[in-house]
Design a binder for this molecule. Structure first.
Ligand SMILES: *Cc1c(COP(=O)(O)O)cnc(C)c1O
Length: 360
């Protein structure tokens, strides 16, 4: 593809800090850049504690473990999401119970979630889907421990509070296509010292300081390296800049596609979204996408709903019509922080032509 779906921007101190981490030989799971990255994340997400780990999926698994999720327990997850939340639940032998999303902004529907709560429900994972924050007032009122998966929402807000500040525990991913990236990586945030210690311990082989090599829980080896954190520390120095740049890209697409039949992802009044991947609903989606892709542009269909994946149908307790409708009709356009105007107009022109040509 000539125009990729996303691209990383490493135009700050990333290379300098990585070289420094290597030069000092602090390349494992402790070091100064880890400390700096975690501090910066805590500041940007209003959290007391942040633990950097090796992926967003590991972060979710650690959050579930720290909340005591056991095999056979149920965890409510939205039906419209990248697979990671369901995978993290299933990896622990627990059941991801699929909940439909709202038409209003495609985030998990609190009214549907309420009907899915049983005595086995141990947590709910609220995914800030595509940079749009969930209805946290309604979710908090459910009385179920909440994990905010903010992997797609760095810099977004709900009621004036930042993504990553909601729930008992919040998680991020810093995968290469995310708004703030370390290549691969993730983090866990919380305000309880006890939970923070549990997460840090579990991520480090469940090793306890008081009695080295004596293990009372099955741990994981999920630490982030100081080299990776060096990239993250540099990215965090440009937090506002990288987020503003994505918002600018979204506004340009909005304008360029205004007069077409494409409809941007809906948004609710409470949340200030940050565009992770520019998402729109396309009439004749698959036909239109085929033409855009033929033009060398890596536009893509959104994920299938989890309710459509045979692997996760065991967690279905009712239909998920909204998630499945979005899965059938929505698509992503190439999105990265500093997309040149020429690339933006080329993509928008290709989408416009494809819409016109298929409208027979
Ligand atoms: C990207 C993503 C993750 C985590 O991905 P990793 O590749 O494991 O870092 C988790 N949840 C959501 C919603 C995501 O989009």
């Amino acid at each position: 593809m000539r125009i990729p779906l996303s691209a990383v921007d490493l135009g700050g101190n990333e290379a300098t800090y990585v070289a420094d981490a290597v030069a000092t030989r602090w390349i494992s799971g402790t070091g100064e850049y880890l400390r700096r990255f975690e501090q910066a994340l805590a500041r940007h997400t209003s959290r007391e504690h942040v633990i950097a780990v090796n992926s967003g999926t590991s972060a979710l698994e650690l959050a579930l473990l720290a909340l005591g999720v056991q095999p056979g327990d149920e965890v409510i997850v939205p039906a419209l999401t990248f697979v990671a939340p369901a995978a993290a639940v299933a990896a622990l032998g627990a059941i991801p119970v699929l909940c439909d999303v709202t038409e209003r902004d495609w985030t998990i529907n609190p009214e549907v979630a309420e009907r899915l709560i049983t005595p086995r429900t141990k947590a709910l994972i609220a995914v800030d889907v595509l940079g749009h924050l969930c209805d946290f007032d309604a979710l908090q009122a459910l009385g179920v421990p909440l994990i905010e998966d903010a992997a797609e929402a760095h810099g977004a807000q709900y009621a004036g509070q930042p993504a990553g500040s909601f729930g008992t525990i919040s998680t991020f991913s810093f995968h290469g296509n995310k708004t703030i990236t370390t290549g691969e990586g993730g983090s866990v945030g919380c305000d309880s010292a006890e939970l923070a210690t549990a997460v840090r311990t579990l991520a480090n082989h469940a090793m306890i300081r008081e009695r080295p090599y004596w293990h009372e829980r099955v741990g994981r080896s999920y630490k982030m390296t100081n080299v990776t954190a060096a990239i993250g520390a540099a990215q965090c120095e440009r937090w506002e800049e990288l987020i503003a740049a994505r918002k600018r890209v979204a506004r340009r697409y909005d304008t360029l596609l205004e007069s077409t039949a494409a409809v941007p992802q809906p948004t609710s009044g409470q949340s200030t979204a940050v565009c992770w991947l520019y998402t729109l609903v396309l009439p004749r989606r698959d036909e239109v996408l085929a033409r855009v892709r033929d033009a060398g542009i890596d536009a893509r269909a959104i994920w299938p709903a989890l309710s459509q994946l045979p692997l996760y149908r065991g967690g279905l307790r009712g239909p998920c019509p909204v998630a499945e409708d979005v899965a059938r009709t929505a698509a992503w356009l190439p999105t990265w922080a500093f997309m040149p105007e020429g690339v933006l107009t080329e993509v928008a022109d290709a989408v416009t032509s494809a819409l016109n040509e298929t409208d027979a």
